[in-house]
Each structure stands twice: as C-alpha cells, then as structure tokens.
Design a protein around this ligand. Structure first.
Ligand SMILES: Nc1ncnc2c1ncn2[C@@H]1O[C@H](COP(=O)(O)OP(=O)(O)OP(=O)(O)O)[C@@H](O)[C@H]1O
Length: 266
C-alpha cells in the first residue's frame, strides 16, 4: 500500500499534467450535457500535446478543467504534482487564445509589460529589458511602440505569445491560437512556434481543429470523440518537431494525416 502511494507520488511528480478518469456533466436530468466521459491523459514536462476533435467534443471544457476554471464532476487532475487550484495560485499557466485580446489603447510593448506587472513577475527595473527580449523572441523588435490596430493578425498573435511567456510559465495552454489566421500566416506561425519552443522549452497543451497543424507541431495527439467527449485515440507523431519540422509532403506525415482523418470520420 505504502509502495503504491510512493509510486503514485513519483509518477505525479514526473508529469506536467495528469488527468485521471475525469468526467464533466453540465446541468442535470434529461437536459444534462455529458461533456467529458472518463478522460485519461497525461503530458510530460516539455512535451507538445495537441487535442483534436469535432466541434463540441469537449476540448475547451477539458482545458478549463485543467486550468481550474471549471471543477470536473468527477475524477482527478494534477498539474506538476499539485491540484489545478494550487498550481494556478503558485505558478500560473500561460494562455494564448484565438483572439489575441490585446488592450487596444496600449502598445505591443505595454501589453506585454502590463501582464508582467499584474503577475508581479519581474522586478520593475528589469521589466523593460524583458519586454525587449520577448519582442526579439517573437521577431517584433521594431514594432513595440505600435498599437494592436497597427499590427497584422499574425503580429497580434506574436504579441499574445510574448505576453503569455512574459511571466515564464512552465505550461502554455493554447486554444485555437491560429484559428483566425489565413493559411500562409498560419504556416509561418507554426515555424515560429517551433522555434520559440526550441529556444524556451515549456510544456504545451494545444487545442486545434486542424489535423495538419496538430501533426506538424506535436509530439503526441489526443483524438477526442463527441457526445460524450472521450479519448478515442492517442497518437505519437513519428517525426516530431525537434528533428527540424516535417515536410508536408513526407510520406510518414501523409500516412499519419490519413490515419487521423479516418479516426475523426469513422
Ligand atoms: N457552461 C456550459 N453549460 C452547458 N453546456 C456547456 C457549457 N460549456 C460547454 N457546454 C457543452 O459541452 C460540450 C463541449 O463543449 P466544448 O466547448 O468543450 O467543446 P469544444 O470541443 O471545445 O467545441 P469547439 O470546437 O466548437 O470549440 C458541448 O456540447 C457544449 O454545448
């Protein structure tokens, strides 16, 4: 028994995110929505894991449960060995959403600086240098004094990524971050994200509707099925991004893409 507890503690400490048997039901009786059903998944530190599935299969609900925005109806979640509530209080997740949600009356640099100020992360004297470093990281060194309306959609998402990284989160939660971008900008952002992840390794949980995006970016892909939302399959990407990205025409990539398509449409 004691061994079991110790084994579990060791396992929990080595996982960034550990979701065990999590179910989520909204409402009660006949109108209840069974959004998540006995979900099991884990993410190792530094791993890039995507969640894909049709609209309504519970992707955002799962993210909300993990980040303490929503208590699951049953099951256990631990984040770096802590409950989501403890983790959020102690460390904070980095968030990037589809809408960059920048304050329009503040410049790119001020938006990043404000996030640092609110999280009381870096000492005030160091904040300006940190903002410059982050703008460099997302390749916007010359745009720090521009307002969101003066930036393209891709640039706004770069600011949003810099803002999320400003308080050095261990875990980045990305919910359809490139969903509103055109295909060219989206691909450019994929390579940017791969580069940023290589320069500043952190754990990423990434929600997307795009199978090709998931395959291009991830180490593993969790495929959710809908009604109720459950894990249908977890796929290890054969040639994951640290090896320098995958050509979109690579045969392994195309085979895994077809496998994912089949899983989602069967
Ligand atoms: N607060 C809520 N109250 C009631 N039902 C909810 C609530 N939030 C989500 N749901 C329901 O739970 C299910 C899962 O929703 P969720 O938003 O997690 O799906 P999703 O996979 O993120 O969808 P999409 O890809 O369209 O963003 C849906 O049927 C949705 O209507």
């Amino acid at each position: 028994m004691h061994d079991d507890i110790e084994k579990h503690a060791r396992k929990a400490a080595t996982l960034a995110i550990d979701v065990r048997n999590v179910s989520m039901r909204f409402g009660a009786g006949k109108t209840a929505v069974h959004a998540l059903d006995e979900i099991d998944l884990n993410v190792r530190p530094g791993e890039f894991v995507s969640i894909v599935g049709r609209s309504g299969c519970g992707k955002s609900t799962l993210l909300r449960c993990i980040t303490n925005l929503l208590p699951p109806t049953s099951g256990d979640i631990s984040v770096m060995g802590m409950s989501p509530g403890e983790y959020q209080k102690d460390k904070r997740f980095g968030f990037v959403f589809q809408d960059a949600a920048l304050l329009p009356w503040k410049t790119a640099a001020e938006n990043i600086q404000l996030a640092m100020q609110l999280s009381r992360h870096a000492p005030q004297a160091k904040r300006q240098q940190r903002v410059r470093d982050l703008l460099d990281l997302v390749r916007l060194s010359n745009f720090g004094n521009k307002y969101p309306a003066q930036l393209s959609g891709g640039m706004r998402q770069r600011v949003s990524i810099a803002r999320a990284l400003s308080y050095e989160p261990e875990i980045l939660m990305m919910d359809e971050p490139f969903g509103a971008l055109d295909e060219f900008t989206r691909r450019e952002m994929h390579d940017e994200l791969i580069r940023i992840h290589a320069e500043r390794p952190h754990t990423v949980l990434f929600v997307t509707h795009s199978l090709s995006e998931a395959l291009y970016l991830s180490d593993r892909i969790v495929v959710l099925a809908a009604r109720p939302g459950r894990v249908k399959s977890i796929i290890s990407v054969e040639n994951p991004r640290p090896k320098g990205g995958i050509a979109h025409a690579d045969t392994g990539y195309l085979r895994q893409l077809a496998e994912l398509e089949e899983l989602l449409h069967e």
